[in-house]
Design a protein around this ligand. Structure first.
Ligand code: TYD
Ligand code: MG
Length: 469
């Protein structure tokens, strides 16, 4: 007689990737999900109470028209660049995650915002990395002194939650989520389980009590937020603070925002007195621009709802090795390789034995396809050693057949170019009518204005002609 199959015992532990949060039954040296090495560690399985047989009470579902839609007013941070990225300020009851490399200025930014937020109620600033005295000293230097800013140095989640109950803050800042630990779990600070549990409890307190919750998150070497990706799904907005250590300016970028547009950026400059918002960001990116040198093209791009002018530079040099190199900083390398291939095939530029390097000056990161035309012109200009006209800006997407495709918001791009004194604009044919209707004028002298000169092009061959005539 066949033996009845025996039930396998349930596993007591799981193996969790500390980088992405994926769970496995077995240990592995590399996480199959995110590819990180040595990130998988063993954790005890959390047992869940069985709800079998428990009759749940029905939910009080309400008609959508009966729900109160009046919103609590947003709280301004007093920093217009930060408010814009948030979509107008901090939303009460929401949770925001701010990520960025160490030393980029996350703590400074939040301390500066506290000064203004303190006018609306208590700001609880919990620091797990510095002493309250260090924060106070920094605050003095950047003129942050408000009796409503309450500092606490702790990394104990339960103590933080108790403090929130006690002092009823309007805003809570946790600096950082990786240093916060709950005594419910035995795992070390910064592990996936700790980060996830602490964040969940903090976010829940924000939803229940209505304070704005700001979580500071560290960024790993490869540039993603340390800890589980689930953290990004738990919060209402994810903001990255990025920038080059070599440059004074910093870019704040909303990658997710439930209460405003994603992709919005804010530009700051780090000074002795803290971070200063920069309204005319294009000027920063064009500050050290070299005029009349081959390989440099001005791109009119959009960062969220904001037009931005940046300089795209290319360098073409004979390859030393058998395979030629395509490399890009501030752009997608794969896309640059593709555009290089289009140049070879469609306009016969012999780049096969040439290394191609493309760089966006000033540390900006441009991911929209509207950069294609400027990138290709920069490569052509570098290869032919002929400069583009100094007063020309360009935008447009390029397809595999070398056709130039229209892009979004061409009027805003044209206006930004005109505002900065660029009197010629190279643009896709299909964007021409819209820009022409917008009547964009360039101020050439204090009392002389002229319509921006539009050069509409249909394909790369036309663009090369128009740009490098
Ligand atoms: P910080 O806010 O501590 O960065 P994070 O919290 O992201 O790790 O940034 C500190 C850096 O900024 C540090 O290198 C010193 C510099 N800094 C200034 O240049 N000016 C200032 O006014 C302040 C407060 C900091
Ligand atoms: Mg800090």
């Amino acid at each position: 007689m066949a033996k009845p199959p025996t039930k396998k015992p349930a596993p007591r532990s799981v193996y969790v990737c500390q980088s992405c949060g994926a769970e496995y039954r077995k240990w592995a040296g590399q996480c199959p999900d995110c590819g990180t090495w040595n990130s998988i560690s063993e954790q005890a399985v959390q047992t869940v109470n069985s709800r079998v047989g428990v009759a749940a009470a029905p939910l009080p579902a309400v008609s959508i028209t009966d729900i109160d839609s009046s919103q609590a007013p947003r709280r301004s941070s007093g920093l217009p660049e930060l408010d814009r990225v948030l979509g107008g300020g901090f939303v009460p009851g929401s949770a925001i995650l701010i990520g960025g490399d160490p030393g980029i200025g996350k703590s400074t930014l939040l301390l500066q915002a506290s000064q203004h937020l303190a006018a609306d109620g208590i700001v609880l600033y919990v620091t797990g990395e510095e002493s309250t005295q260090q924060v106070r000293l920094r605050g003095e230097r950047i003129q942050v002194e408000h009796a409503n800013i309450h500092l606490a140095a702790s990394n104990d989640l339960e103590a933080i939650l108790a403090t929130i109950e006690e002092i009823q803050p309007a805003t809570v800042i946790i600096d950082s989520i990786q240093t916060t630990v709950t005594s419910r779990l035995t795992s070390a600070p910064g592990t996936v389980a700790q980060v996830r549990d602490c964040a969940a409890a903090l976010i829940q307190s924000a939803k229940q009590r209505g304070h704005a919750m700001v979580l500071v998150g560290h960024v790993t070497k490869d540039g993603s937020l340390a800890g589980p990706r689930v953290l990004e799904h738990m919060v209402d907005a994810v903001i990255y603070f990025e920038g080059d250590r070599g440059h004074a300016h910093r870019i704040l970028r909303a990658v997710k925002n439930r209460f405003g547009p994603a992709g919005e950026i804010g530009v700051f400059e780090m000074s002795d007195a803290g971070l200063m918002g920069i309204q005319d960001a294009s000027r920063i990116f064009l500050a050290e621009r070299a005029v009349d040198v081959p390989g440099s093209v001005i791109l009119a791009c959009m960062e969220g709802t904001r037009p931005l002018l940046v300089e795209v530079q290319a360098l073409v040099a004979p390859s030393v090795y058998a395979t030629s190199k395509r490399s890009a900083v501030g752009l997608d390398t794969g896309r640059v390789a593709m555009l290089t291939a289009v140049l070879e095939r469609r306009i016969g530029l012999p780049l096969g034995q040439q290394d191609v390097y493309v760089n966006v000056v000033g540390g900006a990161r441009i991911l929209e396809p509207a950069a294609d035309l400027a990138v290709m012109l920069a490569i052509i200009s570098a290869y032919q050693e002929r400069p583009m006209p100094a007063n020309m800006a360009a935008f447009g997407e390029v397809g595999l057949t070398g056709e130039i495709r229209p892009v979004g918001q061409p009027e805003a791009r044209a206006r930004e170019a005109a505002n900065l004194g660029f009197s010629q604009l190279l643009l896709p044919k299909h964007n021409h009518a819209r820009v022409q209707e917008a009547n964009v004028a360039v101020t050439l002298a204090p009392d002389s204005k002229r319509a921006i000169q539009l050069k509409a092009v249909r394909n790369m061959a036309e663009a090369a002609q128009a740009g490098l005539a």
